[in-house]
Structure formats: structure tokens, C-alpha cells
Design a protein around this ligand. Structure first.
Ligand SMILES: [Zn+2]
Length: 82
């Protein structure tokens, strides 16, 4: 019996691929979406805009929580030069 392959779907609220661990949509996810919505570009656009809005909201909440955690820390906050 084989283990099923992990799907390249977003992990919420981090929006990283469950299979790759990189920012979603990864290349396999993009290819799957293009195949799935072939001939239905408006449907793909609606789907992606919906997901984008969900991701913006969830990532903003997560970043806000991280900032609060950093401010509450007793360690000095170090900024690296870019
Ligand atoms: Zn992936």
C-alpha cells in the first residue's frame, strides 16, 4: 500500500504549500490550477482573487500577532540592514 502524494494546497494561515513548504501557489499548484481552469480564465481569476483576499486578511492577523509578541519580549529587537 502506497502513501498518497501530498497535494500542493495552501496551509492556512501561513499560506505556504503543504507539500513544498514554499509560498503558495508553488509551481505545481500553478500548473494544476491552469489545467483545472483550462478554458475558464474568468473562473480562475475569481478563484484567485477570492483566495488573495483571504490570504491578505489572514497574513495581516498573523503579522500583527508576531509584532505584539516581539514588543512583549525582554530581548532587544535587532534590525538587520537590507
Ligand atoms: Zn507545492
Amino acid at each position: 500500500m502506497s502513501t498518497p502524494a501530498r497535494e500542493h494546497v495552501p496551509s492556512r494561515p501561513t499560506w505556504r504549500c503543504r507539500a513544498c513548504g514554499i509560498a503558495w501557489p508553488c509551481s505545481p499548484a500553478k500548473l494544476r490550477l491552469l489545467a483545472e481552469y483550462r478554458g475558464n480564465v474568468p473562473g480562475l481569476m475569481i478563484y484567485l482573487v477570492t483566495l488573495r483576499e483571504e490570504a491578505i486578511e489572514q497574513l495581516a492577523v498573523e503579522r500583527s500577532a508576531k509584532r505584539r509578541t516581539c514588543r512583549g519580549s525582554t530581548f532587544p529587537h535587532i534590525h538587520r540592514p537590507r
